[in-house]
Ligand binder design. Structure first.
Ligand code: NAX
Ligand code: ADP
Ligand code: MG
Length: 274
């Protein structure tokens, strides 16, 4: 397993060409945030916008609109009870699942509408719903971001048996497609077609609700905008920067809040842009 280093940020984060506009940096659709878990979709969106996605739309419960806009007027909104297929089909990147509760209907609609050229990130409750209902994964370019319990549900591998040796050969074996798997924990592991990677930075100051929602949003922002590097590298860079910022904040803070990580993203990214 290769260790991720700061080098991945120099590889992926590039100075922006002057001849560009918001469309150059990708259109992200976030589907998440029931009435109870609106914060999850807000944290997805804060992370996507702060990491540089060109256009972000949040399909969520309408009770979340005002709170989202007060944090992030840059985001657009749509009621997730409306007809979403045109939205799903017109975005480059779909992030579904953070705070999605029991909305199996939205997972099914999205899986049916997404195409092979789109990038889909599946997080949180959507993973639990896929596992509980034995859904077939769509043939989009797929990234999944389970924590260990979500991975147990999706893969049937109990947490106690989730060793690197056990997972390296079998992690993605039972999927009908081969997703990039971001297996979140202390020292997150990433499984791709081009090898397995381990994050060796970050720490328990990150153990706050919303930390994974923020990571999913950063992944969306990176895969939407960085088109000269591979999907694998963009995901690796997103995973690395999420914890690198936490480490920097932890020098002064006992806990590092998800929203603080998002706020720091543009400044932190600037150091690596070349
Ligand atoms: N402010 C918000 O709206 C928040 C919404 N959230 C959403 O709430 C939904 C449920 O997610 P949860 O993860 O809380 O609930 P889950 O029930 O999916 O997972 C939590 C369970 O997994 C176990 N577990 C074992 N290993 C773990 C690990 N390495 N990391 C995390 N849990 C581990 C825990 O003990 C617990 O029993 C998700 O859709 C998530 O996006 C959470 O992000 C919390 C904040
Ligand atoms: N002790 C820890 N050390 C390093 N990273 C941690 C630790 N605890 C949590 N994290 C990170 O925080 C995030 C938690 O994700 P997740 O459980 O999905 O959060 P949520 O669903 O509440 O947003 C993951 O990126 C995980 O690696
Ligand atoms: Mg989560």
């Amino acid at each position: 397993m290769k260790k991720l280093t700061e080098n991945i940020l120099y590889q992926v984060i590039k100075k922006r060409p002057e001849q560009s506009y918001k469309g150059t940096y990708g259109r992200v659709l976030i589907i998440g945030g029931t009435k109870q878990f609106g914060g999850a979709a807000i944290m997805n969106a804060l992370a996507s916008v702060h990491s540089g996605a060109g256009l972000v739309t949040v399909a969520t419960d309408p009770s979340n609109f005002t709170a989202l806009h007060s944090h992030l007027p840059e985001a657009m909104v749509v009621n997730f009870n409306d007809y979403l297929i045109p939205y799903i089909q017109s975005h480059d990147v779909i992030l579904i699942g953070s705070g999605l509760g029991d909305r199996l209907d939205l997972v099914k609609t999205t899986f049916a509408a997404v195409s092979a050229k789109q990038i889909m990130i599946v997080d949180g409750s959507a993973l639990t719903l896929v596992a509980a209902n034995h859904l077939v994964w769509p043939t989009s370019r797929l990234i999944i971001t389970p924590h260990q319990m979500e991975w147990q549900r999706v893969s049937d591998v109990p947490i106690s048996q989730q060793t690197f040796e056990a997972l390296n050969s079998s992690a993605r074996a039972h999927f009908n497609v081969k997703p990039i798997v971001v297996l979140k924990q202390f020292h997150t592991q990433i499984y791709t077609d081009n090898g397995s990677f381990e994050l060796t930075i970050g720490g328990p100051y990150q153990a706050t609700g919303g930390m994974g929602d923020t990571l999913a949003g950063i992944i969306a922002g990176f895969v939407a905008q960085f088109s000269n590097t591979s999907l694998d590298d963009n995901v690796l860079a997103a995973v690395y920067i999420h914890s690198a910022i936490a480490d920097e904040l932890a020098q002064q803070s006992f806990v590092t809040l998800p929203t603080q990580i998002s706020a720091k993203l543009p400044y932190f990214m600037k150091k690596y842009a070349n």
